[in-house]
Design a protein around this ligand. Structure first.
Ligand code: NIG
Ligand code: FE
Length: 420
């Protein structure tokens, strides 16, 4: 398919494709081109420029022309942290929390991750694909074009592999770009309650070799947290993951600061995610590293826990990525526009910083910034056209609205007027 989008009010996040992330003060810069055109061919962005320099079309054969007068064009959002493959939902726990129980108390009663694991173990691969496809269609309609998906609601060899095989099938069939992460160390299953090392042995000696053999994941994750996995346990799993070709990308500092960031950075983690509870030494541990700090404001919103201190990181010269954390327990939402609103309203990130955080920086957090996350010649044509809006700051400002009009994924028009 060949597409020409013309009369674009503002083409947002344009570059020459050489930037792989933006950090510190540079996060305040969001390069755009006003009154622009953009062309797509063979699944890639073939060119873009100003309408005033446009030379017209030589070959109209098979060309789809879209007029984007009064509309913006942005690169698709990159959601670098989700648990999109899960079975059913947990609204009963949501009600329990409203009535006063804490997330930790619910988990201690066998709810939480263990509740989702039980549901998933009883769900077939076909049913999981069906449920996940609905979620993928929904996030695509809100502008997401690349997504990382974790396992972690299996907690047995069979069930963890089932999730990762579903992810592999979806990678092959989906219009979205998908990366997958093995999160066997998400919680200790009930049957290993008194034998933590036994479960870690299972992850390291049984699950990881099969995952490597079948090419089921790119990353290794651990929920490093009080009452979940210790720093030493995380290090053991990261080391085994690395030995099996998986890069660390881990959950740290969601509820407590226990030294996970420093260890993850030492193990060259691609990203450290959550970061709601940050001490100065945690911030300092990231300085000078290649690790992308990633914050998940819709998780803070849903659990009523602190929002990550994005401003402190940016002021320290660090980059920040933002993602949804879409999962049934702490963030039953894959809505990146809402993440942008929360980042601006609750974390005092500017619209420029927030948009950088859900495009180029989140692409980096899944090794995709050479092909995704900005409008550049030769990058994958994953982008969207907004409805008529006054400016890009209107996107986080009008929280709760879906302003996506037309979605283009891998160079194909997927939806118009917000319908997939
Ligand atoms: O990223 N923090 C760990 N895991 C998920 C939530 C797990 C759940 O409650 O199901 C998260 O927030
Ligand atoms: Fe998570």
């Amino acid at each position: 398919m060949k597409i020409l989008i013309k009369n674009i009010k503002e083409l947002v996040q344009v570059d020459d494709g050489t930037r792989i992330k933006v950090a510190g003060k540079d996060m305040a810069q969001l390069p755009t081109l006003k009154d622009a055109w953009l062309s797509v061919e063979d699944g890639k962005i073939s060119d873009y420029g100003s309408m005033s320099d446009w030379n017209g079309v030589e070959d109209w054969t098979g060309l789809e022309v879209i007029d984007a007068t009064d509309k913006l064009v942005l690169p698709s959002w990159c959601d670098s942290h989700t648990h999109l493959i899960f079975a059913g939902s947990r609204e009963a726990e949501f009600v329990d929390r409203i009535k006063g129980l804490s997330y930790e108390e619910i988990a201690a009663r066998g709810g939480g991750i263990l509740n989702s694991a039980k549901k998933l173990q009883d769900t077939s691969e076909e049913e999981l694909i069906e449920q996940t496809q609905v979620r993928l269609d929904e996030i695509a309609s809100m502008g997401t074009g690349a997504v990382e998906i974790k396992s972690g609601y299996g907690l047995s060899t069979d069930a963890e592999l089932k999730i990762l095989r579903v992810a592999k099938k979806l990678k092959e069939s989906s219009d979205l770009t998908i990366k997958s992460t093995f999160l066997g160390a998400h919680a200790i299953p009930a049957e290993y309650k008194d034998n933590r090392d036994g479960y870690l042995d299972l992850i390291v000696e049984e699950m990881l070799p099969i995952i490597k053999e079948e090419g089921l994941a790119e990353y290794i994750d651990v929920f490093c947290e009080t009452n979940y996995f210790t720093v030493a346990e995380m290090e053991r799993v990261m080391e085994a993951g690395t030995a099996h070709g998986l890069k660390p990308k881990v959950h740290v500092n969601q509820f407590t600061s226990i030294g996970g960031i420093e260890a993850a950075v030492r193990h060259k983690a691609l990203s450290v995610d959550h970061l709601e509870i940050m001490e100065d030494k945690d911030i300092e541990a990231i300085v000078g590293s290649e690790t992308m700090p990633t914050m998940l404001p819709s998780c803070s919103f849903f659990l009523s826990i602190p929002f990550g201190p994005a401003r402190s990181l940016i002021e320290r010269g660090l980059p920040v990525a933002l993602a949804t954390d879409y999962n049934p327990g702490s963030t039953p939402s894959g809505n990146i526009p809402f993440v942008l609103s929360l980042a601006c309203i609750k974390m005092r990130m500017t619209p420029e910083e927030a948009i950088n955080a859900v495009t180029l920086n989140s692409a980096y957090a899944m090794d995709l910034s050479e092909t995704h996350g900005s409008i550049a010649k030769g990058k994958v044509a994953n982008l969207f056209i907004t409805k008529e809006v006054p400016s890009y700051a209107y996107i986080p400002y009008s929280f709760g609205s879906n302003l996506v009009d037309t979605v283009i994924l891998k160079g194909e028009i997927k939806s118009t007027n917000g319908k997939v």
